[in-house]
Design a protein around this ligand. Structure first.
Ligand SMILES: [Zn+2]
Length: 425
């Protein structure tokens, strides 16, 4: 009895305490739940190739991370809700070939990338081992856009033919050492514009790649008396995992035989041995006669990239959304184009699964697109146009969990519904 009565006493005390504490706990839990997501992207069609997602789902963001990807997440748990019904949601795009430093036409990445759904750009050879620190200080460290680097095999970087033809400044060991010192930023090596005969530039780049265990991206014209052929380059000199950019240029790879109109057999052979082909649209490297024939014959690029600089952004409009649109109008499915702009480049630069996916717990780099239908003109490097019926337009970009581009104010309340003089952080 005594034990029982003590037991009852204890029980009553506990109940009294609980009666006081429980509402507090419930209130705290409600606050915690209400704040559990910073942004909710509601009702969009999610394309996340890495996780096999291709359906309508919500995406919740907490801090700088993706918290949940699932259907019908409760809107009450989010501070900001973007209703994106009818729009597409993808991982932030990775532009594998852009110019944001060194080259005379370089553009500051935030000025062009984020508006097009690109959250990561890889600068293609603007800096070499001698100039990387300057690049890091002036651009990489101050950009909202994530900037990664293909380091030029030329120590001084992309400064025109006099510098870029100087084999004395192509030091594989010093290039590899700089890569090893900066693994967070440097993902590989660029060799470009070599205007002399022979294989020296390519071989030094491949040697630096071997020493640093990173891929080489090649931009190399085959010219008369160069002593180089595309066949030998792709089948002997380049390694599996190395990339050739400017795949739809007419003079870089001779992808399509001009007389027969057929894709060269060595292109398929090279792909089979693991060489990757990158779009690298640029100002002079995307021409319809090559792109149309190659796409028709089953030779799409492995990775989609812009080769963005101050002139390619103008008439040819080589940003990522336009590059994807051009390929879609040649028959590539949106899902396929997204894979070639997210997971494929992430894998090529060995940043998968860290980048290129919407996996829960990954960094919240996300793009939202509208796929418009109508009649649109798409221009190439030879000042010709192709009329297409689909156009992808970026309407919002989230970088590191923050809404950094919002074309139509999806994340904004009407001015007179949130307190007219209240500034929303
Ligand atoms: Zn380029």
């Amino acid at each position: 009895m005594r034990i029982n009565s003590i037991g009852v006493l204890v029980h009553r005390r506990t109940i009294r305490r609980l009666a006081f504490i429980l509402p507090l706990v419930a209130l705290m839990a409600r606050i915690a739940v209400a704040q559990s997501y910073d942004i909710l992207l509601q009702g969009g069609h999610v394309i996340d190739s890495a996780n096999g997602i291709d359906q309508v789902m919500d995406v919740a963001i907490a801090g700088d991370r993706i918290a949940r990807v699932a259907p019908n997440l409760p809107a009450g748990q989010a501070k900001k809700v973007l209703n994106i019904k009818g729009l597409y949601v993808t991982p932030g795009l990775i532009d594998l070939h852009a110019h944001v430093y060194g080259y005379s036409g370089s553009v500051f990445p935030d000025d062009t990338a984020l508006l097009a759904g690109t959250t990561t750009v890889v600068d293609a050879g603007g800096a070499g081992w001698r100039t990387f620190e300057d690049f890091k200080k002036k651009i990489i460290d101050v950009s909202k856009t994530r900037v990664l680097v293909f380091l030029n095999i030329v120590g001084r970087g992309m400064l025109g033919s006099e510098v870029e033809d100087n084999v004395e400044d192509m030091d594989a060991a010093k290039t590899a050492a700089k890569i090893k010192e900066n693994p967070n930023e440097i993902v590989g090596i660029k060799v470009a514009h070599f205007g002399l005969p022979g294989w020296t530039a390519l071989e030094r780049a491949v040697e630096a790649g071997r020493l640093s265990n990173t891929p080489v991206i090649v931009d190399d014209k085959i010219f008369t008396n160069s002593g180089r052929t595309s066949r030998e380059k792709l089948l002997r000199v380049m390694r599996p995992g190395d990339l050739h950019t400017h795949v739809y240029n007419d003079r870089q790879l001779e992808v399509v035989d001009r007389f027969t109109g057929k894709v060269q057999p060595y292109m398929f052979e090279a792909r089979k041995r693991g060489v990757l082909f990158d779009l690298g649209h640029g100002g002079g490297s995307f021409v319809w006669p090559v792109a149309v024939r190659a796409m028709k014959q089953g030779f799409p690029p492995d990775t989609i990239s812009t080769d963005l600089h101050s002139s390619s952004i103008m008439i040819p409009q080589s940003d990522m959304a336009n590059c994807i649109s051009k390929l879609m109008n040649l028959g590539m499915k949106l899902q396929d184009a997204v894979a070639r702009s997210t997971v494929n480049p992430a894998r090529a630069i060995k940043r998968f699964p860290e980048l290129g996916t919407l996996g829960e717990g990954k960094v919240a780099d996300i793009a939202v697109f509208d796929l418009k239908t109508g009649v649109f003109a798409f221009k190439d490097a030879w000042s010709k146009k192709l009329l297409g019926t689909q156009k992808l337009e970026c309407v919002a970009t989230i970088r590191n969990g923050r809404l950094v581009a919002d074309l139509n104010g999806l994340g904004f309340p009407l001015w007179n519904t949130a307190g007219e003089y209240e500034v929303i952080p």
